[in-house]
Design a protein around this ligand. Structure first.
Ligand code: GLC
Length: 694
């Protein structure tokens, strides 16, 4: 029994507690824990499960699995994150089952009053994390398994365009040029497996890409960072240097009785590096030298690292494959769930080394708890259906509450083809995911923002522009995630667990602490009902204030979506640019949302790349707002040594209940001509300490 020492509230209670269960297949090796489900208890977490946010009444398996065109309720899929949060009687706790074997969680499914978890091997090692606030549970779990090692380069938070595959070079350039021509912001272009020679990693198809270094540079000159895919399977080919080195060094995985683990992937028969071996990780990292240092590739996309094997029923290695596991040799039963993570980790250290002094950018498909330290991720091969738009929304929220915020889906759907309406609605959601990339299998047609007619192109552009405007806000949220483990996306239950109305909501979420987002996930919608959390919110589009704690109808035709800002927020916005660094801004906007009372906001900035920020070269501004019926005071505190490039803030006041007739800035009275009464804006020096509107 676990009680809160403060007031003896029961937090968590064992049923049988730790016990063994015999299994015909696995002998007595199942370690099991069972807990009493408390009255009204809800459960959240577990990574990428494509089901309702509240896991109550369901049973799950954690076994990292390649899941092409998975659907709602498919289980397991790509990620294994054996961590959940329980919530009952307004208090919350978390359990991280630190066991990499195939594991199972049963949330009052088999037996109504029992929640249990078990694994097919290993030990019963679990961490109990008490809140009572869910946000603290998630932050502590993130801290335990690892916050991101550093900030992503800012461009990685821009919009990315991908397809399987853009080739030859001419096609790549056509796509990137079109972005610039149509003025749709974009920072990254992806090369899928066809850039390689016969799908051999670390090679180039010299017919389609005769001079990769030149191409990468030309793309870069136009603001496009090139990201390339690298899979784990190494083709059996005696003339292929990576294969030869791997063999010579004895770095490939082997079966229990000695032969190499051979499996079919894109290049045909392959061997697979044992990424659980530190020497192999080092070697793997070194393979990136040419790609990154010489050719200038800026990001690497690790795919098929579950590891996926084609044409075998279990889609992966057999259980008997041996792994080094950092010197504690084991079978695949133990190493499977962390194989992809170790690959991403090795890739990350290669990029970190060769991209220096710039920051690395990695994206992975497979993940285990803690993978957020090294890489971003996407939710795998989804489909272009409305149901998948719903899935993308819950998956991103669930990943964020599982410690992994740098996540997004294949916008528009990977398999099948979206119509314009679905694509537009998906972009509207996708621009609020920390990782924002359109990707498609390309079998069913084109999926660039301009493929669905002018109306959709314009809508897509305006939402990608909004993402670029909000980049300082997202970057600040990432800074908090990095330092405090605060998830960038918060499901309503994570935002306000005391309000039981939030316990079964799935669609609405809070983006970066102050913006309420609710995607439209049904066709032919003119709007929708949303649950507005308690407090006062302002409609982002109209500035109209709405009282929360209830469901409201929000108009949202195809060119709009429900978007609200919490009262008292100070939201920073950049001017629109086509890619990060395209423009040097003289000023940035601060949207100040009036509140009667106090509120705090922050704004983080640095060089947007590199590591100087770790040595104090950052700028963190906190804004303390204090609103009264006829005045508004905004105080600013600054930390860090970085001098931001912009000089001024264009401050825009929203929802002010009085007419401004006097403005004091650091005790000096400003000329009222500098304040535009119609737009409620004023341009001020960025270094004010206090500004007072009366
Ligand atoms: C896998 C990936 C997908 C990629 C394809 C080809 O299906 O999930 O994103 O495009 O392989 O590399």
């Amino acid at each position: 029994m676990l009680y809160d020492a403060k007031d003896q509230t029961l937090i968590n209670q064992d049923e049988l507690g730790f016990h063994w269960e015999d299994s015909y297949e696995y002998g007595g090796s199942i370690v099991k824990m069972s807990k009493v489900s408390q009255e009204g208890e809800s459960y959240f977490g577990l990574g990428d499960k494509p089901v309702h946010l509240n896991l109550k009444g369901k049973r799950f398996e954690n076994w990292v699995t390649d899941s092409y065109a998975y659907g709602k309720d498919t289980d397991p899929i790509y990620k294994a994150i054996p961590f959940y949060t329980g919530l009952h009687h307004g208090i919350s706790y978390g359990i991280f089952f630190d066991n990499t074997f195939r594991s199972f969680f049963d949330f009052s499914h088999e037996r109504k009053n029992v929640t249990s978890f078990w694994a097919q091997g290993g030990v019963m090692d679990y961490y109990f994390i008490y809140g009572p606030q869910m946000e603290d549970v998630v932050a502590n779990y993130t801290d335990l398994t690892g916050k991101p090692n550093h900030l992503p380069p800012l461009w990685a938070l821009g919009y990315h365009q991908c397809k399987w595959s853009y080739y030859p070079e001419k096609k790549v350039k056509e796509v990137t040029s079109k972005f610039r021509e149509l003025k749709i912001p974009c920072d990254a272009i992806y090369l899928d497996i066809d850039y390689m020679d016969g799908f051999k990693c670390f090679t180039w198809d010299k017919v389609h890409f005769p001079d990769p270094k030149r191409m990468v540079k030309e793309l870069m000159d136009d603001g496009f960072k090139t990201v390339v895919i690298i899979d784990p399977g190494i083709k059996l080919d005696k003339d292929y240097w990576v294969f030869k080195e791997g063999l010579e060094k004895d770095y490939f995985c082997k079966r229990a009785d000695g032969p190499y683990m051979k499996g079919k992937v894109w290049p045909g028969e392959c061997y697979f590096p044992d990424f659980t071996n530190p020497d192999v990780r080092k070697w793997w990292a070194s393979l990136f030298k040419e790609l990154i240092e010489d050719i200038g590739v800026k990001g690497v996309w690790n795919d098929m690292n579950e590891p996926a094997v084609m044409e075998v029923p279990n889609k992966s290695f057999p259980d008997d494959v041996r792994h080094d596991y950092d010197g504690n040799t084991c079978s695949h039963r133990k190493a499977h769930n962390i194989y992809g993570m170790q690959m991403a980790r090795a890739t990350y250290s290669g990029l970190k080394k060769y991209a220096y002094p710039k920051r690395p950018f990695v994206i992975t498909r497979a993940a285990y708890a803690g993978t957020q330290r090294y890489t971003s991720s996407w939710t795998g091969d989804n489909s272009a259906t409305w149901e998948h738009l719903w899935i993308a929304n819950v998956q991103a929220q669930r990943m964020a509450m599982s410690g992994f915020s740098f996540i997004g889906s294949d916008i528009g759907g990977f398999a099948e083809q979206p119509n314009g309406e679905l694509y537009a609605r998906w972009i509207q959601l996708g621009v609020f995911h920390p990782f924002c990339r359109t990707h498609s299998s390309g079998d069913h047609g084109e999926q660039e923002p301009w493929m669905f007619g002018d109306e959709i192109t314009n809508i897509v552009r305006s939402f990608i522009e909004l993402r670029y405007q909000l980049l300082p806000y997202l970057y600040t949220a990432f800074w908090h995630y990095l330092n405090e483990g605060t998830p960038i996306l918060k499901s309503l239950v994570l935002y306000d667990q005391e309000d039981i109305q939030t316990h079964y909501r799935t669609d609405e979420f809070i983006y970066g602490g102050q913006i309420l987002v609710c995607p439209i996930i049904e066709p032919n919608s003119r709007g929708r009902r949303i649950y507005m959390p308690k407090g006062k919110w302002y409609d982002h589009w109209t500035g109209k204030a709405v009282n929360g704690g209830r469901e409201v109808w929000v108009d949202a035709d195809i060119d709009s979506m429900p978007l609200f800002v919490k009262e008292g927020s100070v939201i920073p916005k950049f001017p629109v640019q086509q890619y990060i660094g395209e423009k040097q801004f003289e000023s940035i906007t601060l949207e100040v949302y009036y509140k009667e009372g106090k509120a705090e906001s922050s704004l983080y900035d640095d060089e947007n790349d590199g590591y100087d920020y770790t040595k104090g070269m950052y700028s963190e501004r906190s804004f303390k707002l204090n609103g009264k019926p006829n005045e508004l005071i905004l105080q600013q505190h600054k930390a860090g040594k970085y001098i931001t490039r912009y000089q001024r803030f264009d401050m825009k006041l929203i929802g002010l209940p009085f007419k401004v007739s006097k403005i004091l800035m650091d005790k000096d009275e400003l000329n009222m001509d500098s304040f535009d009464q119609v737009t409620q804006t004023i341009s001020v020096n960025k270094d004010f300490s206090e500004i007072h509107f009366m």
